[in-house]
Ligand binder design. Structure first.
Ligand SMILES: [Zn+2]
Length: 458
């Protein structure tokens, strides 16, 4: 074997046993002055519970605040009042209208063999309807879709699939499929109503959430039932036929008012360049929404306040956007992207906390390869080592990412989030104060670096 062939063989062997691994990108040095200010911001964040106090304030004074309701309007007024008091500038509401949905009645009763009323909750945008029929159980939407129409026609479908608990929240994406597709798949096969095992990891409480909007998607009455009651129903079905009554009444209201609340720390040198921190003000009707997304609201307001207290504003504008109607399909984010289409190219960076009040665990970017040094610097600045370049932008901010705005994700531990998400249990007492201090510190750090450094992320 020639030396060349030997070398090639050795290289091929090395490639086989040592898969090509990208070298970690070196962090771009952060200017000393910025680093010092970041140190001060982080020290203050570590000793302040302002984010949690704001969550308690929102939950106590406003409560559940479903999109396009009087309660959501009170949440906007709460935000305008607090942001003004905290010293933010250009505080305003940008209104938009939407088709609102209201829960009027959600009743699911097992009739035979064992009469029992279940604590069911209609899914968002469920149609109104009554059905009294036999229940047919499937373990997944795929199994429902593969079933013959005759197995589903004139029956109530029950999708009995348990959601997986994971730190990344990956189980939610999988579980969301049954919430979105159970209705349309059941309707196509001539079924009467659809019940799903709750999209959540708690045993007793039911999670609501979007089914889908309009058309065939909302054609059926659809509801979720708790894990505990799903177990009971599955046990009954294992013994023989089960008949149930589903009575769900809802209403939709067209052109109902919602809105986004905006507040700023105007940039001292480049006020037209915007670093956007988002969160959503609305919650589902059945939950106080302390973590979804009261925590996000508290974190970005507290992070912004820390920067407001500095002797001078950063070079670029820091803009807080408290979106309306996130839960009902990112409608506030869509309204914002439309209203600000002309200045979106001036949005330097956008990010949003909307994954609950877990501890920070990673930092991801979505930057071009030659800008990854900035991402590495930011990751280091918040004391994280994990993360990659596949950020998509949390909820509302994903809409801005789709319009070309650079985004980052400050990722948090979501292991316990789906115990409370979209349920009556989403209360402030379940928030670990240290986690919100940590999130506030990370948001203040990234916002300040992005607004003061002049770095460009696209
Ligand atoms: Zn949310």
């Amino acid at each position: 074997m020639s030396n060349v062939r030997l070398a090639l063989a050795a290289a091929a062997f090395a490639a086989l046993v040592l898969p090509a691994r990208a070298e970690p990108v070196a962090a771009t040095p952060i200017p000393k002055k910025i680093e010092r200010t970041v140190g001060k911001l982080q020290a203050q964040a570590a000793s302040s519970d302002q984010a949690l106090d704001l969550v308690k304030d929102l939950v106590t004074n406003v409560g559940p605040r479903q999109a396009a309701t009087e309660a959501e309007a009170r949440a906007r007024q709460w935000a305008v009042d607090r942001l003004t008091t905290l010293g933010f500038k250009n505080v305003r509401v940008e209104p938009f209208t939407m088709t609102a949905w209201r829960r009027v009645k959600d009743e699911v009763v097992i009739l035979t063999p064992t009469p029992m009323k279940l604590g069911a909750r209609a899914l968002g945008y469920s149609a109104s309807g009554k059905a009294e029929a036999e229940i047919v159980r499937f373990t997944s939407v795929a199994e429902l879709k593969a079933a013959p129409d005759s197995a589903v026609r004139d029956k109530i479908v029950f999708i009995d699939e348990r959601m997986e608990r994971t730190p990344t929240g990956a189980g939610y994406a999988a579980a969301g499929i049954k919430r979105r597709e159970c209705g349309p798949a059941t309707a196509l096969k001539g079924g009467l109503a659809c019940l799903i095992r709750t999209v959540g990891t708690t045993e007793r409480f039911v999670n609501t959430g979007m089914m889908s909007r309009g058309g065939l998607m909302g054609a059926l009455p659809a509801a979720a039932i708790s894990n505990e009651e799903s177990d009971a129903l599955a046990a009954l079905l294992a013994k023989g036929p089960v008949r149930a009554r589903v009575d769900i009444q809802t209403e939709t209201i067209s052109d109902a008012p919602s809105g986004n609340v905006i507040a700023e720390l105007p940039g001292r040198e480049k006020p037209d360049e915007i670093v956007l921190l988002g969160a959503h003000l609305d919650s589902w009707d059945i939950t106080p929404g302390a973590q979804d997304d009261g925590a996000g609201v508290g974190v970005i307001m507290a992070a912004g306040k820390l920067i407001e207290q500095l002797p001078r504003n950063p070079k670029r504008t820091i803009r807080l956007v408290l979106f309306g109607a996130e839960e009902q399909g990112l409608l506030g984010a869509q309204a914002y992207a439309k209203a600000h289409a002309a200045d979106l190219p001036k949005h330097v960076l956008a990010f949003e906390p909307d994954s609950g009040a877990g501890a920070v665990r990673a930092f991801s970017t979505k930057f071009p390869a030659e800008k990854l040094g900035y991402g590495a610097a930011m990751r280091k600045a918040i004391g994280e080592t994990d993360g990659d370049n596949t950020a998509r932008g949390s909820s509302d901010v994903s809409v801005l990412a789709g319009a070309g705005v650079p985004v980052v994700d400050i990722l948090v531990d979501m292991s316990a989030y789906f115990d409370i998400h979209h349920t009556v249990q989403d209360t402030p007492d379940r928030i670990v104060p240290e986690n919100l201090r940590q999130q506030t510190s990370a948001y203040a750090t990234i916002a300040y670096i992005a607004a003061e450094s002049g770095w460009v992320f696209k």
